[in-house]
Structure formats: C-alpha cells, structure tokens
Write a protein that binds this ligand. Structure first.
Ligand code: 6R9
Length: 652
C-alpha cells in the first residue's frame, strides 16, 4: 500500500518544533509511559495560571472527566494580556474584508477592543460568569472581540453560523437559554450587502424567549428594525467604555463555549468545551501542526461558526501569540485567484482550508496559483472531510510548489483540536492520509465487536482510548446523551472508549486513513448534517408522508444530500418541480441553505424492514446509481428496491 511518501522538507525540519520522527516517538512514548506527567508538564509550561492546578486528570466519574482541577486562569488573558510584554505592537489579527479592505489589529489594540466589549456586556447588559451569549455574526473583527469578551468575563458563548435560518437559530437560543444575542445588521458578500438582524428578529418573534437584549454591530448600514428596550447599537454603546477590564478568574473546568453540531439522531447537540484543557490543546496543536514562527502570517479560511474557526482562527493562534488572518469574503470572488492574491500580498506562511474549497479552486482556477508569488508558504492544511488524491496533488504541486508540508488534519467539534495529523517537520506524508495520532492522543482504530486494534487493511472504528484535555465535556443539559452518543458503541478491555463516528483503516506503516462516517451523518462541503434534521424539516411539508435522506458522492461538495420522498397524495400536486421547490423552501427556513437537497426523488414507498427500519444502506447504493447487491429478503416489500432502481435509472 505504501506507494508515495513525501519526506519533510529539510528546511522545515531544521527549524520545526518537532523536527524528526524520533522526536515524535519520544513524545508519544513519554505520554504512553506517564500520561499525567506528560500533560501536567505541558499545562504548567504553556498556560499562564492565576493559581496552579492540584490534579492533572480526574477520571473518577468517567466519562465525565476533569483536567487540571483546582487551576485558575482566564482564556482571554492567555490569548491577549500575556503577550503584551513582548508583542504589543505585533499584528494579532489581520482582517481582510469582502470589499478588499485590510485592517491589522495589534495585540494592544485587541486588548483594548476586547476590554471595551467586555465592559459593555458586563455594565450595560449585566452579563455575568456562566451566562450564555449567542453570537450570530459575519466574519468581522467585532466577532473576534465578542468571543474574547465573553471569555474575559466568563460568559459561555454559543456561536451560530451566519448561514443558519431563524428556526435553527431559535432552537439553539432556546437550548442554551441564552440571555443575550450579539449580531450585526448584516455584512457584505461578493461586494453586496446581506442581512442578519432580520433573522434574529424572526428567531425571537414568537413564543417565550430567554433573550433579554440584542447587541447589533452596524456593519453595512442597511435599514433594520429596532425593538425598543431589547435592541442596542454596539457602535453607540462602545464609545464610552473603559479600556481596562478585570478578567474573571475561571476554574479549569468552567464552561468556555457551546457549539451545536449534528449527530445521527435528533436535534443538534450543544457540544460543551471547558477552559484549560481546550485552550492548552488549541495552543499546542497550533504550535506543532502549523509550526507557526514568531514572524509568520497564518491564515485559516474557515468561518467562526464552525469549530475550525473557533480553534484555528481565534483561540489557537492568539493563545500562541501568532498573527491570524480573518477573511470576510468568498474565496472565489472576484475570481478563483483571490486566495493566492491574499497569500502573496500578506506573505502568508501557513494556509488552512477544506477539501471542498480546494476542489472548487482547482476546478475554477487550475492555473491561478501560478500567477502569484506563493513562495512564502510553508505549511498547507486541510480539514473537514477526506481529501481525494487529485485535489491533494494539485494542492501540493500547484499551490505548495512541491515544497510545502500538507497537514491533513483529522478532528471534530467534539475533539476541540487536531487528533490525527502529520507534523510538518517530521512526518513523511502520504497523499490523502491523516497519518498518525498527535503526541499525547491515544487514537486507535478498533474492531467494534471485540474492542481489539484492527490489522492493517481491515476497516474499523476510529476511537480515542484515553481522555484528552480538549475533549467534549458534556452535551449541554443532557448528560445521558453525552454518554450514549460517544461512549456507547465501543469497549476496549471492557471499558467504554470515545468513538468518533468515523471509520478508518491502517496501512502497514500504521498510518491512519479516515474513510468517513459510519453513522447517518452526511458531510456536505465539510459541514456535518444529520439526516434526522433534514428529514424532520422535509416532514413539515403537509403533503409528505415519509422521507429518507442519504449522502451521495458529489464532485465538489464531497457529499450531497439525496432525498427520497413519499407523498401523501398525488392529488393537487402540480408539477414535481414545484413540489421540490416548496420542500427546499421549508429546508431553507428550518435549517438554512447548506441543507438544501441536491437530488430529490418522489417514490411510492421506502425500503423498510418488517420492523419498520428504513434501510439506508440500500438507499445509499441506489443514490449512487449502483446495482443493489445487499440482501433484500428481510424487507417488508423487496419489490420497492427495483421500482426505485428503475425510477432513478430513468431520471439519469
Ligand atoms: C473539524 C471538523 C467532523 C467530521 C469528522 C469526519 C470529518 C474532519 C477530516 C475528516 C477525513 C479529515 N473530518 N476532518 N474526515 N479527513 N482530515 O470538521 O469538525 O464539523 O465536527 O466535523 O468531519 O467525519 O467526524 P466537524
């Protein structure tokens, strides 16, 4: 299986924090031999503690674990204040706006702006430690200030991606019982204004809401409605705020943020991350995996609404004192050379994006990278879904000039930071392969039946067999769901271990390739969509009797959504195109554009077992246009498979 291995660039290896495989194994073995010693030493060294911790890891109530218990710290202090002595005039964030504006914010300026924001939340809105604050914002500087202001005063932020609908926003507000929403009137996309505030208005319009106040950053100046006593202008309130703000003294295990993510069943889960363990691993992985140096410029193209934006635009880079680029725009606008033009103009050294973006940039602008000077690049990262070898090769050769390390970083919202990834100065890389667990992470591919490590070439379940500092601590308000979702499937030596939901395989070198989800989660452009969520939205259409959605391979998105819909009656149904439009409209309202179906087919029934379970595996095969070879004899009505096969064949 071992075909191509690309050895690390010696230039990178020479200066890298982890510069050889010997060093990698030394670290990994020291973690194996003395797990608490390993983590305790890094925690002591990396975090500016207000008070030291008493215990490294407390597993007495597993899978509810505590890291660095007794320690006191403040994450905003870790990200800002502690750098002021040595870096106050260094750019902390370089904002690149949709319409081309560039603003560099130094650590000193960040300190001031975050403190003012924190004072506003404390003084004018009465936000206290532990209160939940929903952030529904575009990619603008104030979003970064809002996040860090929450961390400074100990409020728990819950960022909701700006593409989510009012209904999705409302669900998240209610589940978190948020007291405050921070939003903007809108922002710009492809030089045109778009709006966010009206979505917030709609989310708060009906029924009881826990939200007392809404803070609106006036970004695009478009007209919005203002609700008296509820809505306040950030631009007005911020003017008089003081520039110092005492950071709240937080316990290691106080919650830092919630981030809602899709699971295989039910509504999205509020993934809870706590203070010390999260920030420690965010910082360590920034240092190891991107190997950012003091004078480097690092750019991650994610949106702050996803975990990648949390850990690798804001928390990780700032915790280590790096310069992080925050990009408001669309990477293919005004053309597919936009990212490369930014790399050239800012002299970007590490660039981090998703396979879906790489595929789009490749397709739309294969030769664009060649038009710019990309020689500053050292490390190229990918995240969110398995990357295919074609995209990988183009990224490596055309963008990286065959001299950069590609770090295929495998991780999840729940893991807080990278789990399996090459190290740029150490790991020989293999195209489209996440390679090895990072030092300190006990990631193993296990056989779900026996809990034994699988042999090379045999597929298994991607598990993590020891707790790690940045792991999810709870599903907000639902301990049972936390245990069931992550610790219910695989046992090793009789003890439940964390299961990621992904399948994976070892090669003969022990390298890990992630093969994709084993559950009903669809990965659309690197974003997780639960089939149950999409199905629940489609079922809201009054003429829908039953529905099943599955993922189908998609050239650019990785996976697209394929819906099988059974209508209640054909009567009164105009043409099918109308019906598809109506259903997609409901999806837009309930979730947002990211969940729109790529394919929808109206079928007379769904393939179900006699106990009524929908056979998704069969539906996945059918969606690909492949012949069903699975056993259909257990189905209530095996003939339905053939009917659907014929229908799909006809459509194609
Ligand atoms: C960070 C992030 C997590 C799911 C994860 C897996 C997929 C992420 C990957 C990858 C293959 C990689 N995934 N990185 N699959 N190779 N390098 O994306 O978090 O949105 O929670 O998604 O994404 O399926 O389980 P999240």
């Amino acid at each position: 299986m071992l075909k191509e291995l690309y050895l690390p660039n010696p230039e990178l290896a020479k200066e890298a924090r982890i510069g050889s495989m010997e060093q990698y194994w030394y670290l990994q073995n020291s973690a194996k031999n003395d797990y608490e010693g390993f983590w305790g030493a890094f925690a002591q060294k990396k975090i500016d503690w207000f008070e030291p911790f008493d215990k490294v890891l407390d597993e007495s109530n597993a899978p509810f674990v505590k890291w660095f218990d007794g320690g006191k710290l403040n994450v905003a202090y870790q990200c800002i204040d502690r750098h002021l002595d040595t870096r106050k005039n260094k750019a902390a964030i370089i904002f690149v706006g949709d319409r081309g504006e560039e603003i560099a914010v130094t650590y000193q300026e960040l300190y001031r702006n975050v403190n003012k924001f924190a004072n506003l939340l404390r003084e004018d809105f009465g936000v206290k430690k532990g209160d939940r604050v929903v952030i529904y914002m575009p990619m603008i500087l104030e979003a970064a200030y809002a996040i860090l202001a929450c961390a400074r005063i100990g409020a728990v932020h819950s960022i909701v991606f700006g593409g989510f609908s009012a209904e999705a926003l409302k669900d998240r507000i209610l589940d978190a019982e948020a007291k405050v929403v921070i939003t903007a009137d809108g922002a710009y996309r492809k030089s045109k204004p778009y709006m966010l505030k009206p979505v917030v208005d709609k989310a708060l319009e009906e029924g009881d809401t826990p939200v007392e106040k809404v803070l609106v950053v006036e970004r695009n100046g478009e007209d919005v409605e203002w609700v008296g006593g509820r809505d306040y202008s950030y631009n007005e309130l911020i003017a008089g705020k003081g520039i110092t703000c005492e950071p709240e003294v937080m316990d290691s295990e106080d919650p830092l943020f919630l981030l809602y993510t899709s699971g295989s069943t039910g509504k999205p889960k509020g993934v809870q991350h706590n203070q010390a363990g999260y920030i420690l691993w965010a910082q360590m992985t920034m240092e190891w995996v991107f190997d950012v140096k003091e004078n480097d410029t690092y750019w991650c193209t994610a949106d702050i609404g996803w975990i990648t934006g949390h850990t690798y635009i804001i928390y990780g880079p700032l915790a280590m004192g790096a310069t992080t680029v925050m990009f408001e725009g669309v990477i293919t606008y005004p053309d597919a050379g936009r990212p490369w033009q930014i790399v050239e103009s800012l002299s970007v050294n590490q660039f981090y994006t998703a396979p879906t973006a790489i595929r789009v940039l490749h397709k739309m602008g294969e030769d664009e990278p060649g038009k710019y000077d990309l020689s500053s690049l050292k490390v190229l990262g990918t995240v969110g879904e398995p990357i295919d070898p074609t995209a990988w090769k183009w990224y490596y050769e055309a963008v990286g000039g065959s001299k950069c390390a590609i770090v295929d970083t495998y991780w999840q919202t729940e893991t807080g930071g990278h789990i399996v990834s090459p190290l740029p100065g150490a790991t020989p890389i293999k195209p489209a392969c996440a390679t090895l667990p990072l030092p300190g992470i006990m990631a193993e591919i296990l056989d779900p039946e026996t809990g034994e490590k699988v042999e090379p070439g045999e597929g298994g379940y991607m598990c993590i067999t020891r707790p790690w500092p940045s792991q999810i601590r709870n599903v907000w308000g639902d301990e049972a769901r936390y245990v069931k979702s992550y610790f219910g499937d695989v046992k090793k030596d009789g003890k439940p271990v964390y299961f990621t939901g992904d399948g994976a395989v070892y090669d003969e070198n022990g390298y890990i390739t992630i093969t994709g989800r084993t559950d009903d989660v669809i990965n659309v452009s690197g974003h997780r969509m639960g089939t149950a969520e999409v199905e629940a939205a489609i079922k809201k259409h009054e003429n829908v009797a039953a529905v099943a959605v599955v993922g189908k391979p998609h050239e650019l998105k990785g996976e697209g959504i394929f819906a099988y819909v059974v209508l209640k009656s054909d009567e009164g149904v105009g043409d099918e195109i109308e019906e598809v439009r109506a259903i997609n409209n409901i999806i837009k309202q309930e979730i947002g554009n990211i969940a729109l179906c790529d394919d929808m087919i109206f079928v007379p029934d769904l393939p179900k077992t006699r106990s009524g379970k929908i056979m998704r595996r069969i539906l996945r095969t059918l969606a690909k246009g492949e012949k069903v070879t699975q056993d259909t004899s257990t189905l209530e009505d095996p003939s339905i498979v053939e009917t659907i096969e014929v229908m799909i064949g006809r459509e194609c």
